[in-house]
Design a protein around this ligand. Structure first.
Ligand SMILES: [Fe+2]
Length: 248
């Protein structure tokens, strides 16, 4: 059973009035610091998600170059592991295939929810899992550079990205966690394979499932949380996404 979201921010107050901008931002900052994610609901029609995201940092373009990306089923992509179809995605962090550090925040908002079952974005916090590592494991995950590849879907778009990064990286703004169930290249007896098994299991047990209503917006700390997706049937499901760099 997925857990319920705790970090929910209503853009309208108890009277149904839109929250003042400064209060919205203050509560958002408190919630994301505490939980690593915020689900914004009761979003008024006039809300501008792009303007909101701009206050969190500078934008990192999506793979296609589009700064505001579309996540929806794309023609000819149903047979590969790719966000642009209706299939499930396994737990991962975003941007392990970037040469630069991964985006700090990912924002997804709902243009059209999926009718019927499925289509939830699922998220889980790696912080307790990292804390549960032994000192030796942590040291190895910080010091071992692994090879990462991009997903099949992105390769089909003509981007064959290959990178070399550790799973854990200390940065001045905090710990960066990189993770993939299928695009992290390792031997079967490597610690990384054990971490994949352990964290995938923890993700399945502890994740929060976000069911979108129109205009709902989910923002999470991509250095701290992993995300995935449940399969769905409704090909009209449409989200938009922005990736935001860590502010210096
Ligand atoms: Fe993703």
């Amino acid at each position: 059973m997925p857990r319920s979201a705790l970090s929910i921010l209503s853009q309208r107050d108890f009277n149904g009035d839109v929250l003042p901008d400064a209060l919205l931002m203050k509560t958002f900052e408190q919630l994301i610091e505490e939980h690593g994610y915020v689900l914004m609901c009761n979003v008024p029609e006039g809300f501008d998600p792009v303007r909101f995201c701009r206050r969190l940092g500078s934008f990192v373009p999506n793979y296609t170059g589009a700064v505001v990306g579309d996540v929806r089923p794309e023609p000819g992509m149903d047979d590969v592991y790719h966000a642009g179809n209706t299939r499930p995605l396994t737990p991962h962090s975003e941007g392990y295939d970037f040469a630069i550090e991964p985006p700090r925040y990912i924002a997804l908002w709902c243009v059209a929810p999926a009718e019927g079952p499925g289509g939830e974005t699922t998220i889980a916090d790696t912080r307790p899992w990292v804390e549960a590592l032994t000192e030796d494991e942590r040291a190895r995950l910080l010091s071992t550079e692994y090879s990462w590849k991009t997903t099949e879907g992105i390769q089909r778009l003509g981007l064959d990205l290959k990178t070399l990064h550790p799973i854990l990286e200390e940065s001045p703004q905090g710990l960066i966690v990189r993770f993939s169930c299928n695009n992290l290249i390792r031997e079967d007896d490597d610690l990384a394979a054990e971490v994949q098994r352990r964290w995938h299991e923890s993700f399945d047990a502890e994740h929060i499932a976000i069911e979108y209503r129109e205009r709902d917006m989910l923002v999470w700390d991509n250095w701290r949380l992993l995300h995935a997706r449940n399969a769905f049937n409704d090909r009209r499901r449409h989200l938009r996404r922005i990736q935001i760099a860590a502010s210096a």
